[in-house]
Design a protein around this ligand. Structure first.
Ligand SMILES: Cc1cc2nc3c(=O)[nH]c(=O)nc-3n(C[C@H](O)[C@H](O)[C@H](O)COP(=O)(O)OP(=O)(O)OC[C@H]3O[C@@H](n4cnc5c(N)ncnc54)[C@H](O)[C@@H]3O)c2cc1C
Length: 412
């Protein structure tokens, strides 16, 4: 068995792990990243980064590499909906460039590509990235232990700190026995990458509702689109079976409120159509002696509002700042500011996701009337938690998340 004692071992070199590995290696830490995959598959994850996540990227000095790799910026969000004609939806477009100081809009880039870029940046910055690592086991303590198998050899690390960044099914988290809180599953969300839609404007994203289908479309490079659809468990069979990819394209092709529906109907799937139940998961304190969890491993927001990438990057910025400051001062890091900020951030985003679910994944006449009413109220400036998912949850007053605010927003 080979032993080593780096400063930090990061389990999982995805969005959170790769970004943190880069930030820490740049700051002079000796970092080892342990990644299960040899190359990143399309597992259907986030490919839209909210404007507040783009701000986090810029603060971490990670924005430019993604731009150079061909990331697109969507500048307008069109809320196509069965409750109004396409021209009216277009008149209600949100200008995403106004949501943050950088003014880029939201960022769209494939999840496997982003993970690959971050892993390469971590390597260039001086971290060791061990891909194809298996059988990872973590033991907490003032000098935590990580053991794993890599290239057929058993390895053991005794770093100063272990970071669990191995995603929503984190084995580091299970290993250490963290208690995870979860809401009841609300609905299903599936996604798929398609090619062959060159007519889709590259600066436009769409989030809409028609019939019993909440649909989202984010452009990717060339003529690619990432399609997501959310639907009730009762409608699962409509999207199941060996021809489920064709079924998803057919659901988009039938949308009468979405211009480009025909163009999507003629597109070709180039990845899996995976679907997941939608709910929030959270941990009261994602730290234990010698270990800190970040990203989805620390608990994930309901993906219906597409916050996971931004959440992961905020975690990276806070944790790297705490470590950098402790190193400069020659003292032990205190992760309480991260734990407290994250708890409140996730609470606010949980409330936001619940309101969005009520608005966009409840269907029928009553739901249509509610969407129309709430749309008018928000346009008139009524306080609502909804902007949290674009500008960041901390930029709204605490009142935006109170039950009475939400009651007033949704009231008939
Ligand atoms: C259907 C769906 C749609 C989504 N849409 C959006 C969106 O539009 N916008 C958005 O911001 N977020 C979205 N998300 C959420 C977003 O993808 C995640 O929050 C984000 O990827 C979290 O980053 P992470 O680094 O924590 O986890 P991941 O990106 O999942 O990375 C985890 C890494 O750990 C590795 N790993 C896992 N287990 C092990 C192990 N045992 N040992 C070593 N390595 C391991 C994995 O291979 C992976 O590289 C979506 C999620 C889903 C499910």
């Amino acid at each position: 068995m080979r032993h080593s004692k780096p400063d930090v071992v990061i389990v999982g070199a995805g969005i959170a792990g790769g970004a943190l590995g880069t930030a820490l290696a740049r700051a002079g830490f000796e970092v080892v990243l342990l990644e299960r995959e040899n190359s990143y598959p399309d597992r259907v994850r986030g490919e839209f980064m909210a404007p507040w996540g783009v701000t986090e990227l810029a603060k971490l000095e990670l924005l430019q590499p993604l731009r150079e790799a061909g990331a697109l910026f969507t500048r307008r969000n069109i809320p196509y909906d069965e409750i109004f004609a396409p021209a009216e939806a277009e008149a209600r477009a949100f200008d995403l460039t106004k949501m943050h100081v950088e003014g880029f809009g939201a960022l769209c880039l494939g999840h496997p590509a982003t993970c690959e870029i971050f892993a390469q940046l971590a390597t260039i910055s001086g971290a060791s990235v061990l891909r194809g690592t298996g059988a990872i086991s973590v033991t907490s303590g003032s000098r935590p232990i990580v053991s794993c198998v890599h290239d057929g050899a058993s390895l053991e690390f005794r770093p100063r700190l272990v970071i669990g960044a191995d995603g929503r099914n984190s084995s580091a988290r299970k290993n250490l026995g963290f208690k995870v809180n979860a809401d009841e599953p609300r609905n299903l969300l599936g996604g798929m990458l398609v090619k062959g839609v060159p007519s889709w404007p590259r600066d436009m994203q769409v989030i809409g509702v028609e019939d019993r289908f909440h649909f989202l479309v984010f452009p990717q490079g060339d003529d690619l689109l990432r399609l997501y659809g959310s639907y009730h468990f009762a409608d699962k069979s409509r999207f199941d079976g060996p021809d489920r990819r064709a079924k998803l394209i057919d659901a988009f092709g039938r949308l009468t409120c979405l211009p480009y529906a025909e163009a999507i109907a003629a597109s070709t799937p180039i990845g899996p159509f995976n679907s997941f139940s939608n709910e929030d998961h959270w941990i009261d304190d994602p730290t234990c002696p010698g270990v800190v969890l970040i990203g989805d491993a620390a608990g994930h927001n309901d993906p219906i509002i597409g916050q996971g990438l931004s959440i992961a990057l905020r975690d990276v910025r806070l944790v790297s700042k705490i470590l950098g400051e402790a190193k400069a001062a020659g003292r032990e890091p205190d992760f309480r500011p991260y734990v407290e900020e994250r708890a409140e951030r996730m609470r606010r985003l949980r409330i936001t996701a619940q309101v969005v679910t009520t608005l966009r994944v409840e269907f029928g006449q009553e739901a249509r009337e509610r969407r129309a009413r709430v749309g008018k109220r928000v346009a008139a400036g009524q306080l609502a938690p909804l902007p949290a998912s674009l500008i960041g949850p901390e930029r709204l007053p605490a009142e935006a998340f109170l039950p009475e605010t939400i009651e007033k927003l949704l009231a008939s």
